[in-house]
Design a protein around this ligand. Sequence first.
Ligand SMILES: *Cc1c(COP(=O)(O)O)cnc(C)c1O
Length: 412
Amino acid sequence: MPGGVSSPVRAFKSVGGQPIVFDRVKGPYAWDVDGNRFIDYVGSWGPAICGHSHPDVTAALQEALEKGTSFGAPCELENRLASMVIDAVPSVEMVRFVNSGTEACMAVLRLMRAFTGRDKVIKFEGCYHGHADMFLVKAGSGVATLGLPDSPGVPRSTTANTLTAPYNDLEAVKELFAENPDAISGVILEPVVGNAGFITPEPGFLEGLRELTKENGALLVFDEVMTGFRISYGGAQERFGVTPDLTTMGKVIGGGLPVGAYGGKAEIMSMVAPAGPMYQAGTLSGNPLAMTAGIKTLELLSQEGTYDRLELLTNRLIEGIVDCAKSAGFEITGSSISAMFGFYLCQGPVRNFEEAKASDTERFGKLHREMLNRGVYLAPSAFEAGFTSLAHSDDDIDATIQAFRDSFEAIK
Ligand SMILES: *Cc1c(COP(=O)(O)O)cnc(C)c1O
């Protein structure tokens, strides 16, 4: 396997050492093949918001398994999950299930172009929207972690239609619209960035994009593959009160199985085949196992108090991390919203990817190694958000903060 991994973000190239091979996961913990236990803040990169292998999800999966793994025909379960997503996410009136976040973003891009009859798209530096050709321009996640230039194999004619702007910079977006009249199909972004570390939208940024796209006859698309059902039950769009035209989802809605989705206004989604002419299909899309894990996970999340608990827990964690770093004499800036957090080893504020790059990545590598030695698994990158779950207890958070205290002292 190239680099020994099935996805580059799992490699330890940027932090040093070899990736840890896991044997099993449960609740907030992961065990490696040597039997070492880690408190896990990667959560399978987002899906494990109820904790790994939650007993309710596992039981529902076992039951579903008896009825077959894939029908290749409509099933009741996909209708149930669709209803739940439509009820929860403000922009979604109609939804199509796919098998990954990448697939959802690829399809939404085609839909943006089909609906507007325009070819160009605006994305932001450091945002990641999967690995489709048109999005591999100044991309976040593994591309940012490994410091890769834009990927070979992507035709220049394709990326010529991808325009980029710095995150939180409305003026830059305004200029792109002025320079490309009637050519831009829409703006796609992570409403809260989790693939360049953790960057939150400044007040007025999302609202400004909503207005600018409307004025220019373009679509606003929130890529909520990471933030959907994590920033709040209705995603970042519910939390910030800004409703996009289209939304992509993944990670949490699959409850640990491969699921992606895109949805939005019925008027736009009606363009998708077979309701309309825009083609997109999938052999395993909406399969009963994936739908079951999604339904159970959303049921657990929809219970009263879920997001208040996640917010408090995560706040306490990030405050503890920042405090430990400062006590040891390090520059740090950190923040959290709901069950997502991140910190940079530099002086803040960090409002875009350029500012994020000031983070001391070499020191982060050392910190990462010290944390592993103390039984805490952080994403092996200075440019990925951290994830908490309902399974993380107050004791887990206390133990993690203590590990940070000792680790920061160790790398002084
Ligand atoms: C993870 C992610 C994707 C890609 O999803 P995959 O399931 O890994 O293909 C797209 N957009 C965002 C914001 C993501 O965090």
